[in-house]
Design a protein around this ligand. Structure first.
Ligand code: NAI
Ligand code: OAA
Length: 311
């Protein structure tokens, strides 16, 4: 399995590190526009190989896409992150052009590649990649829900006073401060609904903290997060590499599922060697359906800005 990571910044490097440590890929190529940056990150990571015990070959390249040839998976993290006080949607003006151009450069050298889109505003960047490349819908996956669900589980574990491994929880909807939908009704500790242990008020506090998880870290760090994003991406790449058929909420192009069409938004997907192998349609309550409709309207509004930001 050969993996390309576009963008050698915080998220791209974290992603490469987790992929290497998990040791399931033969090769990772990191590519960046900044002279020697990807080469430096790759060299630094390779110097951890004997310490961390992995055999994955990591190389870097400054904008030479021939080095990415025949990749099985490409992760797009290139672009700018937000600063405290910004929304992810405000990044569209710079990131749309970058995502469109790097995605087509990758595809030229790797005709069978599966894309994982990370750059923000992620749902719109995934939609743009679909529109620009016209690939089968299983081959373009937006990463947001895997991270948001990990943050939901972190917050639930904190409230329950238990390890995150005891907790199940999923976040669907748009990857935005207001559009995320933590499915509190389905959250559980070892299959016991969390409502058995937590008050309604506490559960809604957990949901609200989950939704602003990215903004909270951006405020603390001065830029957005990278460890959990990198870990989330690496788990998805591993599910493809190992054909795990694992369920992650991902931004998938919908064609009627959940009553939505022509939009990429977070829904549970089965991830295996073909990328998105299927979309799981949950029986949502009326209130959850309404939240998903509102979330989709916001994503559509951002998608509507694409025409004026990218040609
Ligand atoms: N979907 C998600 O859950 C998450 C998304 N993000 C998003 O990921 C993106 C990257 O974040 P960070 O790694 O923190 O940013 P960063 O600034 O550390 O790294 C971005 C890298 O992209 C490179 N780049 C810019 N234009 C390029 C081009 N045309 N070709 C190749 N490389 C190019 C830059 O040189 C830089 O090294 C941001 O848009 C951020 O909002 C971040 C965390 C989670
Ligand atoms: O918050 C941001 O801008 C980056 C991101 O998407 C996240 O960490 O969830």
């Amino acid at each position: 399995m050969k993996v390309t990571i576009v963008g050698a910044g915080a998220v791209g490097a974290s992603c490469a590190e987790y992929i290497a440590i998990k040791d399931f890929a033969s090769e990772v190529v990191i590519i960046d526009i900044k002279e020697n940056f990807a080469e430096g990150k790759a060299m630094d990571l390779m110097q951890t190989a004997s310490l961390n015990g992995f055999d994955t070959l990591i190389t870097g390249s400054t904008n030479d896409y021939s080095k990415t040839a025949n990749s099985d998976v490409a992760v797009i993290t290139s672009g700018i992150p937000r600063k405290p006080g910004m929304t992810r949607e405000e990044l569209i003006g710079i990131n749309a052009g970058i995502v469109k151009s790097v995605a087509s450069s990758v595809l030229k050298h790797s005709p069978n590649v599966i894309f994982i889109v990370v750059s923000n505003p992620m749902d719109t960047m995934a939609y743009l990649t679909h529109k620009a490349l016209g690939l089968p819908k299983n081959r373009i996956i937006g990463m947001g829900g895997a991270l948001d669900s990990a943050r939901f589980k972190y917050r639930l574990a904190e409230a329950l006073g238990c390890p995150a491994s005891d907790v199940e929880g999923m976040v669907i909807g748009g990857h935005s401060d207001t559009g995320m939908i933590p499915l509190t009704r389905l959250a559980a500790r070892n299959s016991v609904p969390v409502s058995k242990f937590l008050s309604e008020e506490k559960i809604s506090e957990v949901a609200e903290a989950t939704k602003v998880g990215g903004a909270t870290l951006t405020k603390m760090l001065g830029t957005s997060a990278w460890y959990a994003p990198g870990a989330a991406v690496s788990s998805m790449v591993q599910a493809i590499a190992c054909d795990h058929k694992k369920m992650f909420p991902c931004s998938a192009l919908l064609e009627g599922e959940y009553g939505l069409d022509d939009i990429s938004i977070g829904v549970p997907c089965i991830i295996g060697k073909n990328g998105i192998e299927s979309i799981v349609e949950l029986d949502l309550t009326d209130a959850e359906k309404e939240k998903l409709t509102t979330s989709a309207e916001a994503v559509r509004k951002t998608n509507g800005l694409l025409e004026e930001t990218v040609n």
